[in-house]
Design a binder for this molecule. Structure first.
Ligand SMILES: Cc1cc2nc3c(=O)[nH]c(=O)nc-3n(C[C@H](O)[C@H](O)[C@H](O)COP(=O)(O)OP(=O)(O)OC[C@H]3O[C@@H](n4cnc5c(N)ncnc54)[C@H](O)[C@@H]3O)c2cc1C
Length: 355
């Protein structure tokens, strides 16, 4: 992972995690760059392997629960399936993982989602290949690399994740995803029309549109927001439904994973009689604390770093970048620094009555 100068694209600071995180007490703790739709498929496979079911075309239109503390109380969602009536599905708990506009969160807190929206516009483009396109290209006898993504690695020696520091043309690229800053207030069509100009301006080699293939392009607004609580009775919140941060540094999906991992341990604890329901209150408290002390400050700093008004002097003012520089020749320091990000996790099993 590295931060680069906007003109020369030379590395300002960076690190090679394989040096220090490939084997930490037998665990490989390196960050993994993965295309989102592949990650979705992987997760779907895992859920099904353990007997979980995922229903598509089923929209939650309402959420409710019995009075708090009622013995045998239940929670429910009202579900509208394609072409069907609204039906109620009941369970011991409902966990809202329904993204930034979560209806589950709204059912608990209305429009209350404290935090702020950045006065900045970002555009996310994917330059990876969809399966149908791959087949089509294979049929035409063309190779993946010629036709799909811009060859950052082979041609320019770029690494897996590259952050370009610039007040307007900041961007991140990890081979398939290029996300960059844009002028706020334009229409979707205007952003799409400006994309070739932006790539030509920003990317190494200043490519013209016939040198790469865009699979999709989406303008996004960035937010820093956290719900007041992640638990109200039998209803819980996790991931983007519970909190949002800007995407610089990958703390969005990471924050979601650690919520869900922690909540899993809490629910298993209750199921196996190792923990009381009060562990869910702890889930809310500790996950909010981690958002406030780790995810929110680090992700804000990540965005300020890439969008710095004066990229050329950023290094002199940036303690983190300076530490990375020292870490180039000091593995112990680099390992400590990178393991610091693991602080985002919280082990709820330490609160089990029986371990
Ligand atoms: C431009 C951009 C770049 C990003 N890059 C990164 C990155 O590099 N690394 C990283 O870690 N994170 C990144 N993120 C953040 C990451 O995408 C999110 O944090 C993550 O997708 C959140 O997962 P989620 O499951 O909580 O929500 P979502 O991915 O939004 O999924 C919510 C799901 O709930 C479904 N749903 C919604 N409402 C209902 C309803 N009423 N009924 C039924 N289903 C419903 C939706 O269809 C969707 O499938 C990025 C975000 C943006 C915007």
């Amino acid at each position: 992972m590295c931060w680069r100068d906007p003109d020369s694209h030379k590395i300002i600071a960076g690190f090679d995690a394989s040096k220090v995180l490939s084997d930490v007490d037998g665990q490989d703790l390196r960050t993994h760059c993965y295309v989102l739709q592949d990650l979705d498929e992987l997760m779907l496979k895992e859920v099904r392997k353990y007997g979980g079911e995922v229903e598509f075309d089923a929209e939650v239109v309402g959420v409710g629960q019995d009075e708090d503390g009622e013995v045998g109380g239940r929670a429910w969602v009202e579900v509208k399936r394609k072409g069907g009536e609204v039906e109620r599905e009941e369970a011991d708990y409902v966990v809202g993982c329904d993204g930034a506009n979560s209806i589950v969160r709204r059912s608990l807190f209305g429009d209350q989602f404290p935090g702020f929206t950045w006065d900045a516009q970002i555009i996310a483009t994917n330059v990876c290949l969809l399966f149908s396109l791959l087949l089509f290209w294979a049929w035409l006898g063309l190779t993946w690399k010629q036709q799909t993504f811009y060859d950052f690695e082979g041609k320019f020696g770029w690494h897996d994740a590259n952050f370009i520091v610039h007040p307007e043309n900041f961007f991140v690229n990890n081979m398939y995803r290029i996300t960059y800053g844009e002028t706020p207030g334009l229409t979707r069509e205007e952003y799409i029309a400006r994309q070739p100009m932006k790539f030509q301006q920003m990317l190494p080699g200043h490519p013209k549109p016939d040198e790469y293939k865009i699979v999709n392009i989406s303008p996004y607004k960035m937010h820093q927001r956290c719900a007041p609580k992640f638990r109200v009775g039998r209803i819980l919140l996790a991931a983007d439904a519970a909190h949002l941060c800007n995407p610089w540094g990958g703390l969005g999906i990471t924050g979601g994973f650690v919520d869900v991992g922690g909540l899993f341990d809490c629910l298993v604890g209750i199921w196996e009689n190792k923990a009381g329901e009060d562990i869910l209150e702890l889930y809310s408290e500790k996950r909010i604390e981690k958002w406030q002390t780790v995810i929110n400050p680090i992700s804000q700093e990540n965005f300020r770093r890439v969008s710095d008004k004066d990229p050329r002097t950023r290094f002199e003012r940036d303690e983190f970048m300076q530490l990375l520089k020292k870490g180039e020749t000091d593995d112990v320091l680099l390992k400590d620094l990178l393991l610091g990000f693991m602080e985002v996790r919280y082990d709820f099993t330490q609160h089990y009555k029986v371990r």
